[in-house]
Design a protein around this ligand. Structure first.
Ligand SMILES: [Mg+2]
Length: 271
């Protein structure tokens, strides 16, 4: 903890120093300097310290529970299931990402060591919801895009976290199905999938995978009746396919080019 505090102190001092050095630079160059901070810093702080983050998680699982209440009044020709993602939907990885800030490293560096460490905790509200639907007889499928090599440690992790139906039949790893659509379709052959729960739009529809910002916004609008009904989404400002969309169609970019692109994407009152 002390190490983290020292890092933040040095970061703040560096920012102040850079700001004072920035006098004489153009306004745009100053903006570039201010924005060139470790990518996860504010996102991780928000996720770890804000009451808003926790409230949004509880809100998501309360909405999910209400949808189940309604569903229980219906009859279906097939058994019912819920599909839920793991990272940032069930498993809280923010300490891993915060360590990335300190070490200046990015996913997947040391991610699988973090999973194996057993230190990850649960997203607020997730376990209570899963216990409830388990009691009501729903099948639960954990659909993750973690690499297949991590199957054993992933299974052990969900067992240790104490969530229901944590077994190999209910854990669907990535394989070559990057969009998750193949696994969703497979489950839907045998079950009526009442809810999809995730933090990344790819957890709901394959159309979000490898698509531009505008295409992704279009998919959201075309499916607007499903959010909060069939699709339950949790907040995650740290990572996801939305970040890839920032650079969609741009090829390989340097860090400086990525930064410039991010600034160019910002909509401001001057434009
Ligand atoms: Mg996720």
């Amino acid at each position: 903890m002390k190490k983290n505090t020292s890092f933040l102190f040095i970061l703040i001092c560096t920012t102040i120093l850079l700001s004072s050095c920035a006098r004489g630079l153009s306004e745009r160059d100053k903006l570039l300097l201010e924005l060139n901070e470790p990518e996860y810093l504010m996102a991780a702080l928000w996720q770890q310290t804000s009451s808003e983050y926790r409230a949004l998680c509880y809100q998501a699982f309360n909405v999910a529970r209400d949808r189940i209440h309604l569903d229980l009044m219906k009859e279906w020709p097939k058994p019912r299931a819920v599909i839920i993602d793991l990272d940032e939907t069930l498993v809280f990885n923010s300490p891993y990402n915060a360590s990335g800030v300190m070490k200046e490293q990015n996913y997947p560096q040391e991610f699988y060591e973090w999973i194996a460490s057993g230190k990850a905790t649960l997203i607020p509200g997730a376990k209570e919801f899963l216990e409830y639907i388990n009691k009501e007889g729903y099948e639960i499928f954990y659909v993750t895009n973690r690499r297949d090599e991590s199957t054993d440690i992933t299974l052990q992790q969900i067992i240790d976290l104490g969530v229901p139906q944590a077994n190999s039949e209910h854990l669907l790893m990535r394989g070559t199905d990057h969009t998750k659509q193949g696994r969703r379709d497979k489950v839907a052959e045998e079950y009526v999938v009442i809810l999809y729960i995730g933090d990344n739009c790819v957890d709901f529809l394959g159309d979000f995978y490898n698509a531009s910002i505008e295409e992704r916004k279009g998919v959201v609008v075309r499916n607007k009746e499903k959010w909060g009904r069939n699709f339950i989404i949790l907040p995650n400002p740290m990572h996801g396919s939305w970040k890839k969309a920032l650079y969609y169609g741009k090829g390989n970019l340097t860090d400086a080019e990525k930064l410039q692109l991010k600034i160019d994407l910002l909509e401001t009152v001057d434009e």
